[in-house]
Design a binder for this molecule. Structure first.
Ligand code: SF4
Ligand code: SF4
Length: 424
């Protein structure tokens, strides 16, 4: 209860929030802190998780008091470079916990994606300090359930909605250009002053450096047969990218990577050399959604990559600022970078299939788990194309559809264990 004053200032339900934190830390202890042979560099990320609703919120409060914008988002389409350039903070509000879903279901239908229900439920409960502290919550129109939920969320908090195109032609590019410009204007309005060329360029450089550090981790976690870090730990590091200060985060990821290089040199692996290597492809995994990774790695398979928004989709591409001389040029560079995102909300979306096949080759994976959250129609429907392409290449694939409840965990375990066994 060390932050009770802060929570009350943010109009949070302090008692229910404590219930949530108690639950989370029990799970965290069991899944992460009890594991042996973790890199020492994970201590920073454990510490950040311990203070994710504490010190980090104090830091955000400090930013807010300086009049800089705090923007909560639900999608990697929101160009965080603009907020970072304005000196503010941009962080993820996607919900990954079952805790808030029963509350959400008093307003929302049961048969929509748990990520949306979880996030909306946190607002209803007033148990998420990131939601409460946001000057504005940026929703987007990637899927039906999200865009209609923002209408309800808008009654509870200040919400702006960004129209994400669903195709990648010239018309959609024009629309997306206007949306990015509109987003920049909103951020300037929040701060009360225009964002300069130097500021925006700096914001882009900071976020590029964060993505570079994440790519380094991605490459080291499965560089050869030595797997120096579990997929679960790597997932956690990726998830924290959406909460932490970007410059500090990049520095800490690079420190971790230095240690992983050492581990690789010394042949320190957290899995036996012949452990099956898995790629997980599909819907995002917001913390504390660690269900699939923990089950797969308890079955002694190494998760070596995530084709998801908490994985490669977030850090694959940088913003290329070469030759950019004006704010307009930088916005155009942002436009180009963000139009490369291969979310299943696009049609057609063939580049995603190709990316998955490329990742399988690059990471020398033995099998793929195609993961979808229940009622996520875009990723669910797209699974057919992805699975057909994998099968044509002779890559085994298992499809798992689930939500945040633990009711199906033993059933998932049985299926994953059988799949891993078949890969040996
Ligand atoms: S899966 Fe698509 S809609 Fe969801 S966060 Fe990623 S880009 Fe956005
Ligand atoms: S997981 Fe699917 S249904 Fe859920 S918010 Fe993302 S795109 Fe929408």
């Amino acid at each position: 209860m060390g932050y009770e004053g802060l929570y009350r200032e943010l109009d949070m339900d302090v008692e229910r929030h404590q219930e949530l934190m108690d639950l989370l830390f029990d799970v965290y202890k069991e899944l992460f802190l009890s594991r042996k042979n973790r890199p020492q560099g994970m201590a920073y990320f454990d510490g950040l998780m311990a203070e994710i609703h504490g010190k980090r919120i104090e830091e955000l409060m400090e930013i807010k008091k300086q009049g800089k914008p705090l923007v909560g988002t639900f999608c990697i389409f929101v160009p965080e470079e603009i907020v970072v350039g304005a000196g503010g903070a941009c962080y993820g509000l996607c919900g990954g916990a079952q805790f808030s879903i029963p509350d959400a279901e008093t307003h929302l239908p049961r048969n929509i994606c748990p990520l949306i229900k979880s996030a909306y439920g946190f607002k209803l409960q007033r148990t998420c300090p990131y939601t409460q502290i946001s000057d504005v919550i940026y929703g987007e129109t990637t899927c039906e359930a999200k865009k209609k939920t923002w209408e309800l969320l808008g009654k509870l908090h200040r919400v702006y909605v960004m129209h994400i195109p669903h195709k990648k032609g010239d018309v959609e590019k024009d629309l997306w250009r206007r949306e990015i410009e509109g987003f920049m204007r909103q951020v300037e309005e929040l701060r009360g002053s225009p964002i300069t060329y130097e500021e925006l360029k700096k914001g882009i450089e900071v976020v590029n450096a964060k993505r570079r550090a994440m790519r380094r981790l991605y490459s080291l976690r499965s560089a050869n047969d030595t797997v120096p870090i579990t997929g679960l730990d790597a997932l956690l590091v990726n998830q924290i990218a959406f909460y932490d200060d970007p410059e500090r985060y990049a520095a800490k990821v690079n420190e971790l990577c230095d240690e992983l290089e050492e581990r690789i040199n010394q042949g320190i692996s957290v899995f036996p050399k012949d452990a099956p290597r898995l790629l997980v492809a599909g819907t995002p995994m917001a913390p504390p959604n660690w269900k699939l990774h923990s089950v797969a790695e308890e079955a002694q398979a190494a998760v070596v990559a995530e084709e998801a928004c908490i994985g490669v989709r977030y850090f694959r591409d940088d913003v290329d600022t070469e030759g950019c001389e004006t704010v307009g040029d930088l916005l155009e560079a942002l436009l180009e970078r963000y139009m490369k995102i291969d979310c299943a909300c696009f049609t057609p979306n063939d580049e995603r299939v190709q990316h998955i096949l490329d990742m399988c080759r690059e990471k020398r994976v033995d099998g793929v788990i195609y993961y979808t959250l229940s009622f996520c129609h875009t990723y669910n429907v797209e699974s057919k194309k992805v699975m057909d392409a994998l099968k044509a290449e002779g890559i085994p694939v298992l499809r798992i559809e689930t939500d945040y409840s633990m009711e199906d965990v033993e059933q998932i375990r049985t299926r994953v264990e059988a799949f891993v066994e078949s890969l040996r």
